[in-house]
Design a protein around this ligand. Structure first.
Ligand code: SAH
Length: 199
């Protein structure tokens, strides 16, 4: 997976490649999907949701340019796989999921694998997780129509967020917070499940 799917497609960050090699993706997918766990595809995880394709997980992680001491907010815990990747690379991961059974399952898996620096919340991630803000980095793994204000405001200065934006057509967007400004850059076309929200 690492050689053929990630390096071949341009992921270079050694630390990201190492954690992608280390973390057992098969632990995060349902029993009947385990034989597909290392192919470069998103897979169903129940509740109509998916675990993202490994390349996208690696790419989004690389884009955050993490150094090790960060506090990161993830929106869309899903299977917990992305949270595990982040937890290996930073100090603390705060992850929010709106579908309760998915969060509960992810918490079980991550506990079994021994992670102690991941904090879970069940609720609408469009509002972020105010109590623990600001975050050095934010990763959103479901797509809103536009970048939620609360997530921008909960970014540290400097800070960066990677987020898929759009409805029919989505682009992965990098938002950089610098002093009083937010700079946005489109990275590549993507397809994520929609961010479910009343806000
Ligand atoms: N990061 C996940 C991928 C999850 S797919 C992984 O590594 O497996 C996107 C997830 O976002 C789904 O679990 C979905 O239920 C969740 N989601 C959708 N809308 C949300 C919202 N408003 N707040 C929090 N999570 C949300």
């Amino acid at each position: 997976m690492v050689q053929n799917q990630l390096r071949a497609r341009g992921v270079k960050d050694r630390k990201v490649l190492d954690v992608m090699r280390k973390i057992p993706r098969h632990e995060f997918v349902p029993e009947n999907m385990k034989s597909y766990a290392y192919q470069d595809e998103p897979l169903p995880i129940g509740e109509g949701q998916t675990i993202s394709q490994p390349y996208i997980v690696a790419y989004m992680t690389e884009v955050l340019a993490l150094k090790g001491a960060e506090k990161v907010l993830e929106i869309g815990t899903g299977s917990g796989y992305q949270a595990a990747i982040l937890a290996e690379l930073v100090k603390e991961v705060f992850t929010v999921e709106v579908i309760s059974p998915l969060s509960v399952k992810a918490q079980e898996v991550l506990k079994k694998l021994g992670y102690k620096n991941i904090y879970f919340k069940i609720g609408d991630g469009t509002l972020g997780w105010e109590e623990n803000a600001p975050y050095d980095a934010v990763m959103v793994t479901a797509a809103p129509a536009k970048v939620p204000k609360a997530l921008q405001e909960q970014l540290e200065i400097p800070g960066r967020m990677v987020i898929p934006v759009g409805s029919t057509f989505q682009e992965l967007v990098l938002v950089k917070r610098e002093m009083k400004k937010f700079k946005k850059r489109k990275l590549l076309p993507v397809r994520f499940v929609p961010l479910i929200s009343k806000h």
